[in-house]
Design a protein around this ligand. Sequence first.
Ligand SMILES: Nc1nc2c(ncn2[C@@H]2O[C@H](COP(=O)(O)OP(=O)(O)O)[C@@H](O)[C@H]2O)c(=O)[nH]1
Ligand SMILES: [Mg+2]
Length: 279
Amino acid sequence: MTIQWFPGHMTRAKREIEERLKVVDMVIECRDSRIPESSVNPLLKSLTINKPRLIILTKRDKADPDITAAWIKALSDENTQVLALDLFNDDVRTKIVDGCKRVMKPKFDRWLAKGVRPRKIRAMVLGIPNVGKSTLINQLGKKKVMVTADRPGVTMALKWASVHPELDLLDTPGVLWPKFDDKTVAMNLALTGAIKDDVLPLEDVAFTAYSFLRNFYPGRLEKRYELEVVEDPIVFFNNLAAKRSYLKSGEADLQRAMATLVREMRQDEFGAITLERPA
Ligand SMILES: Nc1nc2c(ncn2[C@@H]2O[C@H](COP(=O)(O)OP(=O)(O)O)[C@@H](O)[C@H]2O)c(=O)[nH]1
Ligand SMILES: [Mg+2]
């Protein structure tokens, strides 16, 4: 599912998120483990600057575990906890509730010191499309109870899901647009399947995919196709077309060879890979 973003949508999305941030204690920010930098909206940082954060690196199962560990370190700070999750196979509910409690502990400790008893944590899920927000909310809310908020100062009707005795969640996530005006970001989004095939020229995507695999995972590339990993992508795609008998009017069908590599990369045929490393 691809959302078309227009300036009007952007303004509204931003305003809605600002409004809803006022009523939450903290944010649960979803990013794709394979592209932890490219899968954020640049506005998010300024919007949520003072909110404690739990960053969820989703799709842990698709990413390189060593690089994910490096990202967890790089993104953590006193205001931010980071968790990498396979949203379908990990114990999402326990891990997220525990993560939220760790994030809120300093604030709740301050309250306790003043004699104020901590209440349920109020959080909202944020992220660009396709990072797993809906999946996360579904997993968290398996036994959910909907409560409609009637809190002063809230103009929109907010629905809270009581997902745990210690956690209330706004029932719909905040969705921001990706940084698609940045070429590298757009490429990373295309390679992970977050944006549609036809947004970028196939040749650009395929060449980028090839040079990335050649640089970082040459053994996997060679093993999958039983072809020599040569420097020139054109030569490689020619060899792939020949090997697979991809022909078009008697000639090697390069387009088909390129489409094959891109599709197979998106389908995780090269195993768990991460496209971005922390600086
Ligand atoms: N393998 C894997 N796929 C995931 C994970 N989380 C989400 N997905 C898939 O990623 C796609 C986008 O997820 P969705 O929850 O709709 O993202 P949203 O647009 O942020 O709400 C769906 O096809 C999900 O099944 C995960 O942890 N692992
Ligand atoms: Mg969704």
